[in-house]
Ligand binder design. Structure first.
Ligand code: ATP
Ligand code: MG
Length: 291
């Protein structure tokens, strides 16, 4: 089977001279749920933007990004037909999620814009069947009662879940989520992560989610990719993430949220390898980390 995401020799140097990505090559298989972790400025958002084709990387004969078997960019150029490619990618980005003045259901149906004739889009005209599908998607993420509210009246967590519902309606094979729980309380964070995990498990959607909260990354994602200064410094099973690795990634970054790893570790992360008890203890007591 073709990989969901294939990245080869991707580098990015901004005009400022900042090298944000350094020769990244990695492959993500369909149905994986991958956490992207790394300190602030390590390149997580930049990498996700490149995967989405929102930004071209540096030129390079072998540099390319392929999503769902379709070329997103190559040799520093965004591929033709990127709109169609993007229709297969769901975005749950903090910055540009929903159109606030439109009802939630319209926002969710906008996930279909890529495959609707323009006049329908402009008239915001949707069939009963489309509406039914949208309500079902909102129900999946637990916010069906909010369907006819203006999107701007939703809480942060509800907005993120609406964006996930939109990806469902869009039948996106890949969801890219950039810090979807950054500004949420633990309960709202849990609901957003459960929604992503549910869609990953039951619909086989490939999920790549950048997270600052390491405990959420380890709890919900089998695979962790860690960036440091634009380089991949770890790519492997969540169970292989050690306190020493985290220290290497974050240094003394005080913004690190270790959270509470107690309770429901293996039940909500069904089938996932448990994090070794010693590592959990270290995670809970960052001061106990080895130097
Ligand atoms: N448009 C830009 N122009 C110049 N430099 C940029 C631009 N966008 C990002 N950078 C730089 O690239 C590096 C990576 O930024 P990026 O936003 O990808 O980090 P991040 O890992 O997402 O950080 P955070 O956890 O704070 O969101 C940073 O040094 C940032 O300042
Ligand atoms: Mg970021």
């Amino acid at each position: 089977m073709r990989a969901a995401i294939e990245i080869a020799h991707l580098s990015k140097t901004f005009r400022t001279g900042k090298r944000a990505l350094e020769n990244i090559s990695l492959t993500i298989q369909p149905g994986e749920m991958v956490a992207l972790i790394g300190a602030s400025g390590s390149g997580k958002s930049t990498l996700l933007r490149h995967i989405a084709g929102l930004m071209p990387g540096d030129r390079g004969a072998h540099a390319q990004v392929i999503v769902n078997g379709r070329m997103v960019q190559q040799d520093g150029r965004i591929a033709r037909g990127i709109r169609r490619t993007r229709a297969g990618i769901g975005f749950v980005f903090q910055q540009f999620n929903l159109v606030g003045r439109m009802p939630v259901i319209t926002n969710v149906l906008a996930g279909n814009l890529g495959c609707m004739p323009l006049w329908r889009t402009l008239l915001r005209w949707f069939t009963d069947e489309q509406r039914r599908i949208a309500i079902h998607a909102l129900d999946r993420v637990g916010i069906a009662p909010c369907a006819f509210q203006r999107a701007s009246t939703l809480s942060g967590g509800q907005q993120q879940r609406a964006a996930i519902a939109r990806a469902l309606v869009q039948k996106a094979g890949v969801i890219l989520a950039d810090e979807p729980i950054a500004s949420l309380d633990p309960e709202a964070s849990r609901k957003v992560m459960e929604s992503l995990a549910d869609i990953n498990r039951n619909d086989g959607v490939t999920v790549v989610v950048s997270l600052h909260q390491v405990d959420f990354a380890l709890k919900y994602c089998r695979r962790v990719i860690a960036l440091r200064d634009g380089r991949v410094v770890f790519d492997g099973a969540a169970s292989g993430v050690t306190a020493a690795l985290l220290r290497g990634i974050y240094g003394n970054d005080t913004g690190l949220e270790f959270g509470d790893l107690d309770g429901g570790w293996s039940s909500s992360a069904a089938g996932m390898p448990p994090v070794p008890v010693a590592a959990q203890r270290l995670l809970l007591q960052p001061e106990a980390m080895p130097a």
